[in-house]
Write a protein that binds this ligand. Structure first.
Ligand code: SF4
Length: 374
C-alpha cells in the first residue's frame, strides 16, 4: 500500500483549531474588524427569500481565487438591483439566437460593472446552473438542501452529472470547496438548517494548516509542494475531526480565511513578483527580504499579533497556487533578527495569554520604540 503524501499532525492541529476559534470569538487581530462575506445584500433583495439563495449561488462563481471576492459581491449587489432578470432562473429557458443575445448582454453588463474577470466562463456557468435550477428544481436551490440527508449527498447532487444539461444533478464550478462555501453562506443567512460539513478548503486554509505544520507532507522543507486535489481531502478530514459543532466549522473557516488574507499575505516570506501572466508557465520570484523599520513595524502588527505565531514555521506564497497551481514551501518564515529578535518574545508570550486587541497593540509599539531609540 502506498503511503499517503499528506498526514494530519493531530496534536498540533487540535491546538491550532481551538486557538483560532477562540481568537475569532474574542475578536483578536486580525478578526477585530472582520465582516463575513458577503458584507451587504442588494437593496432590492428580500433577505431569507429564494432569490437570496439564487444570488448566493451566482456569487460562488466569484469565489474561485485570483479576484477580490468581497469586492465582487459588492458589485454583484449593483448588478442585481439594476438587472434582476439575470438572477431569475426562468430567464435562461430561452434557446438559439435569443439565448446568445442574452449571454452577450450579460457579458457587457458584467464588464461594465467591474466583473470582467474570466467573464466568458462565468457567463457559461451562470447560464448552465440557473437553467438547470429552472428545469429541475422549480428555480429554487433550497430544494436541493431539503432533499439531501448529509454533506456527501449534497456533494453528489452538485457534482455528479455536470456535463449533462438533461440531468437534474451537476452544477458547473461546484466541487467540494464550493458546496461547503454555499452551505457556509446559507447557514450564515439562516436559509438552511445547520448541517455538519467540512469548511471550504482553498489556498488560504491550506496555507495556514501547512505553515503551522498541522498538515504535514512526507518531507517538509523548501520546495515541498501541497497539491490541491491531493491535500484537500486530508484538510477536510482535519475540519471534521477537530470541529465539534457547525458553529466551530463556521468560525474556524472564518479565522483561516481572514488570517491568511489579511496577515499571512503580508508576511515578508510570502512576498512575490511574477514574470507577467503566462498561464501555468508564469514564473514566480521571491521578493528580497530586508528589515527596515517600517517592515519590522509591519511584522509586529501582523505575524507578531497572530495567535498561532509560536508554531508557524514556513512561508507558502499564494502566488504559486494562483499562477502555477500548487502551494509550495519557500523557506522558513522570516522574522526580524539580531537585537530585534529579542522583541519577538513579547508577542509570543502574549499570543498564549492575549490581552484585548487595542491594549496589545500599544504594548508592542511602546516596547519596540523604546528599544530602537534607546
Ligand atoms: S505567523 Fe504570520 S504567516 Fe504564520 S499563520 Fe500567523 S500571520 Fe500567517
Amino acid at each position: 500500500m502506498t503511503q499517503p503524501r499528506y498526514v494530519i499532525n493531530h496534536e498540533r492541529a487540535e491546538w491550532v483549531v481551538r486557538t483560532l476559534i477562540d481568537a475569532w470569538r474574542r475578536k483578536l487581530p486580525p478578526f477585530d474588524h472582520a465582516e463575513p462575506v458577503p458584507a451587504r445584500l442588494p437593496r432590492t433583495l428580500i433577505p431569507g427569500s429564494v432569490q437570496h439563495a439564487v444570488w448566493l449561488l451566482v456569487g460562488l462563481l466569484y469565489m474561485r481565487g485570483r479576484i477580490d471576492s468581497a469586492q465582487a459581491f459588492l458589485r454583484l449587489c449593483k448588478v442585481y438591483d439594476e438587472h434582476p432578470w439575470m438572477f431569475d432562473p426562468q430567464t435562461f429557458m430561452l434557446h438559439g439566437f435569443r439565448l446568445m443575445n442574452l449571454r452577450a448582454r450579460m457579458h457587457k453588463i458584467l464588464k461594465e460593472n467591474g466583473l470582467g474577470f474570466n467573464v466568458r466562463e462565468t457567463v457559461r456557468f451562470w447560464n448552465f446552473n440557473l437553467k438547470k435550477l429552472a428545469r429541475f428544481w422549480d428555480s429554487n436551490p433550497l430544494l436541493i438542501f431539503d432533499k439531501a440527508r448529509n454533506y456527501e449527498e449534497l456533494c453528489e447532487t452538485f457534482m455528479n452529472g455536470k456535463g449533462d444539461p438533461s440531468s437534474p444533478t451537476g452544477f458547473m464550478g461546484l466541487r467540494h470547496k464550493m458546496v461547503s462555501m454555499f452551505l457556509y453562506f446559507l447557514i450564515n443567512a439562516k436559509l438552511v438548517k445547520p448541517l455538519m460539513h467540512p469548511g471550504p478548503v482553498d489556498t488560504h486554509n491550506i496555507r495556514v494548516m501547512a505553515s503551522t505544520e498541522s498538515l504535514l507532507a512526507l518531507e517538509m522543507g523548501p520546495g515541498t509542494r501541497y497539491e490541491f486535489y491531493e491535500v484537500s481531502p486530508v484538510a477536510r478530514e482535519l475540519y471534521l475531526k477537530y470541529c465539534a459543532t457547525v458553529d466551530d466549522v463556521i468560525d474556524f473557516s472564518n479565522a483561516l480565511w481572514y488570517l491568511s488574507r489579511d496577515f499571512c499575505s503580508v508576511s515578508q516570506g510570502n512576498g512575490s513578483s511574477t514574470s507577467g501572466y503566462r498561464g501555468r508557465a508564469t514564473e514566480v520570484f521571491a521578493k528580497r527580504l530586508s528589515w527596515p523599520m517600517e517592515r519590522v513595524d509591519r511584522y509586529y502588527s501582523t505575524c507578531g499579533q497572530c495567535s498561532v505565531e509560536s508554531v508557524c514555521r514556513w512561508s507558502l506564497p499564494s502566488a504559486r497556487q494562483y499562477n502555477n497551481g500548487f502551494l509550495e514551501i519557500r523557506g522558513e518564515r522570516p522574522r526580524p533578527h539580531n537585537e530585534q529578535i529579542l522583541l519577538l518574545d513579547v508577542p509570543r508570550v502574549l499570543a498564549s495569554r492575549p490581552p484585548e486587541p487595542e491594549e496589545r497593540k500599544l504594548v508592542l509599539r511602546d516596547k519596540f520604540q523604546v528599544t530602537l531609540f534607546d
